[in-house]
Ligand binder design. Structure first.
Ligand SMILES: Cc1cc2nc3c(=O)[nH]c(=O)nc-3n(C[C@H](O)[C@H](O)[C@H](O)COP(=O)(O)O)c2cc1C
Length: 183
């Protein structure tokens, strides 16, 4: 089975997540193709058997190139088994209302675009203080404090639960395989 992993990433964590997903798929004996959505003018890959899309939340929304892609490709996406990995910081928040907000982003995307993935996973992202400029570091330090992720604003913090992500990939690969066998 050939699985396409298409992602958008601004700070790099979603790209890392997509790469880990691709490795997991290959370890399972399937073939993985990685694609950066932002770098593609037209989608012209050989048709895969299944697709996993990954995108981060920045300032309360997915990046526009990503939502444009889902709008444009939703008919094609709905014709094969697909899954979504939504990356955010608030899914890791100690506040239930923030976590609920993060959980709602994929639901809102599905409602807005009509894309119907078989399943989705909410992954916690990362704070990359060492790569932020002064203003972004200041802003993200405040957001981190608000969400209970205490930080000195100097070291990067990665919140991604890699074991939960691997379990999700396994679950999706098995479901996609079953769909393919059922024809
Ligand atoms: C400028 C900026 C704005 C962000 N806004 C949000 C937000 O509104 N909600 C949230 O849950 N996470 C937010 N985050 C956290 C990102 O989702 C997290 O850092 C993620 O790892 C970014 O993925 P990327 O590295 O692939 O771009 C924001 C991060 C940055 C740098």
């Amino acid at each position: 089975m050939k699985i396409l992993i298409a992602y958008t990433s601004i700070e790099g964590q979603t790209r890392k997540i997509a790469e880990v997903i691709a490795d997991r798929i290959e370890e399972r004996g399937n073939s993985a193709a990685l694609m950066n959505i932002a770098g593609m003018a037209e989608f012209s890959l050989e048709r895969p058997d299944a697709v996993i899309l990954c995108a981060p939340i920045h300032a309360g929304r997915y990046p526009t190139p990503f939502t444009d892609f889902v709008h444009r490709e939703k008919d094609w996406l709905n014709g094969l088994p697909s899954a979504f990995v939504s990356v955010s910081l608030s899914i890791h928040s100690e506040h239930a209302d923030e976590r609920r907000e993060a959980e709602n982003y994929p639901e809102a995307l599905k409602a807005e675009t009509g894309w119907q993935p078989l399943m989705h996973h909410n992954a916690a992202g990362a704070l990359r203080f060492t790569e932020y400029d002064f203003f972004k570091r200041w802003m993200m330090k405040r957001i981190a404090e608000k969400e209970g992720a205490a930080s000195n604003g100097k070291q990067d913090i990665e919140f991604t639960d890699w074991a939960a992500l691997a379990a999700f990939v396994d679950q999706f690969a098995e479901a996609a395989q079953k769909e393919q066998e059922a024809g």
